[in-house]
Ligand binder design. Sequence first.
Ligand SMILES: [Zn+2]
Length: 92
Amino acid sequence: MSITRHGERLQVCCDTCPASYPNKYLAEDFGVMIADARTAGWIIRKAVPKRSDNDTTDLFGAAPRVAGRAVDEPYTHTCPSCISPNREGGLF
Ligand SMILES: [Zn+2]
């Protein structure tokens, strides 16, 4: 869970630590929230699902579609502190 809902507003939270982007946004401003967080140094990127190459199309013809909806949020959210782990080392 990396997007938290506070009543009507959404907030980006880090996937790896309890930090969260301080501003909260309405759902319709989701894109603005992502853009602002990125400007503040957050990394928000689409998590590429690992897909196996177990394709049986050549053996059985067109395989029947199994319900394969992603359950998890397909994005990763990383706060600036987690991007640069040597924050206690001062300025370089
Ligand atoms: Zn973090």
